[in-house]
Write a protein that binds this ligand. Structure first.
Ligand SMILES: Nc1ncnc2c1ncn2[C@@H]1O[C@H](COP(=O)(O)OP(=O)(O)O)[C@@H](O)[C@H]1O
Ligand SMILES: [Mg+2]
Length: 425
């Protein structure tokens, strides 16, 4: 049995652009005072700063410098590091594995395996570990699905030698963020995130999420590649990882930052005023090497989310990536419709204009200049997207295997009446 490492500091490793091995970038230290306030400190190593090809972990918050950076937000864990940490699902798996109810933030970083989002790694040794060569294979999905089931049911994991191996398998594929049950698996094309259906789901999520990615692609958005595979009687969504590139010598890794990190926001309700597409567009324009492409793309994603009633479009469901030196908006992922009772007013998770989070055409148009669009371009983008979604969602959903009864359940999500409701503003 493993337990809390009790560590209050760790080394941070990074895979540099074009490389497949970690180098040590710096050291992260976390302290909590008597009032319970946590402070994180990060300092780059001198030998890292001396590298010609050194890159900043976060080009806005942690620029290459000899200074010691400090933060108090996100429990003292810099956003760029927190983005590499597991969320609800991965933490649950680690807690099951270690048989501990709760662990320290550094423990979650240290326990999560080397398949996390982005290019960072963490460890207690100054010398970084060699890259992982072995990953769970798509062939093992059936076994993994059974383990996922027992974790969801909060059953004890089976004991015995074989079961231990199975636990390790499970732990070896769960450091991605997000709340849905998932594991990372490999096939001869590369690495995928396998997202499993949950017994509480209102519809077949694997099929519906895949159909939403296809619909988004049809509407001209850049999306993650996906497919559905069936294990036994059950569907599993496979989403190709855009932060890994398979090469003869191993995987290249893209650095990755969530919109939550770019917005310097907390995950909690109190920080909701910072959760905004408009502010995200501003940050994106600062960090992106192609703002004229990315800012309008973000605008269209916001419109797409409004038109499929995606209320789960929170700031961890948007990211920027850097496979080489340059940063850009990541492909879209985690697109899910919802069907709130109200047909007059639905809100997105992020503010989108002068009327706050209201998923309404006029609201979306109100700040279009910040997304580098002329008013007539923005209006045309919304009109086309509305038509495309209205006309295509059903055929795409059916073609991708969404059952008729599930189509009935999600029908109310698309181009809801409130999107064009007459407003007094
Ligand atoms: N295609 C992808 N490539 C790389 N990272 C991804 C990809 N899709 C999602 N992620 C990362 O994994 C996290 C969890 O995935 P997500 O689909 O959002 O799961 P959930 O439905 O549980 O929120 C995301 O927050 C993001 O950091
Ligand atoms: Mg998500």
């Amino acid at each position: 049995m493993t337990s809390s490492t009790g560590a209050s500091e760790c080394y941070v490793y990074v895979t540099l652009p074009g490389e497949t091995k970690f180098v040590t970038a710096g050291k992260f230290k976390l302290t909590t005072d008597r009032r319970g306030i946590s402070t994180g400190k990060f300092v780059y190593g001198r030998s890292y700063l001396a590298r010609e090809n050194a890159v900043p972990i976060d080009p806005l918050e942690l620029k290459l410098s000899t200074r010691t950076y400090e933060t108090n937000i996100l429990k003292g864990v810099f956003g760029s590091l927190r983005d590499s940490s597991p969320d609800y699902w991965g933490r649950r798996v680690i807690e099951k594995h270690t048989r501990q109810a709760q662990l320290g933030e550094i423990d979650y970083l240290l326990y999560s395996p080397d398949d996390r989002a982005g290019a960072l790694g963490f460890g207690l040794n100054q010398e970084p570990p060699a890259p992982r060569r072995q990953f769970n294979q798509t062939m093992q999905l059936e076994r993994l699905q059974a383990l996922v089931d027992s974790i969801i049911a909060d059953e004890d994991l089976p004991v015995g030698a074989d079961a231990e191996q199975a636990q390790d398998l499970m732990l070896d594929g769960t450091s991605m963020g997000g709340a849905r049950p998932k594991v990372v698996v490999e096939d001869n094309e590369g690495l995928w995130i396998a997202k499993f259906n949950h017994p509480d789901d209102q519809w077949n999520n694997a099929r519906v999420e895949h159909a939403m990615l296809m619909l988004a692609r049809e509407c001209g958005l850049q999306t993650s590649e996906s497919r559905v595979t069936t294990i036994g009687e059950r569907d599993v969504l496979l989403v190709k990882r855009f932060d890994r590139e398979n090469t003869d010598t191993g995987y290249r890794r893209a650095r990755m930052l969530s919109a939550l990190t770019l917005l310097r926001a907390e995950d909690s309700q109190q920080d909701r005023d910072k959760w905004s597409y408009v502010l995200f567009a501003e940050e994106l324009r600062r960090i992106s090497s192609q703002p004229r492409t990315d800012a309008p793309e973000l605008f269209r994603r916001m419109c797409f989310n409004a038109l499929i009633s995606n209320a789960d479009d929170h700031p961890r469901n948007h990211a920027v990536v850097a496979m080489a030196m340059d940063w850009k908006l990541s492909p879209a992922y985690d697109l899910t419709p919802s069907t709130p009772i109200s047909i007059e007013r639905r809100d997105l998770a992020l503010g989108c204009g002068d009327m706050g989070r209201y998923a309404h055409a006029e609201n979306l148009l109100s700040q279009s200049a910040r997304f580098l669009l002329e008013p007539d371009e923005a209006k045309r983008a919304i009109d086309e997207m509305e038509q495309d979604i209205r006309n295509k969602w059903y055929d795409i959903a059916r073609a991708e295997g969404v059952a008729e009864k599930d189509c009935e359940k999600i029908a109310g999500a698309f181009a809801y009446p409130g999107f064009r409701l007459e407003t007094s503003v």
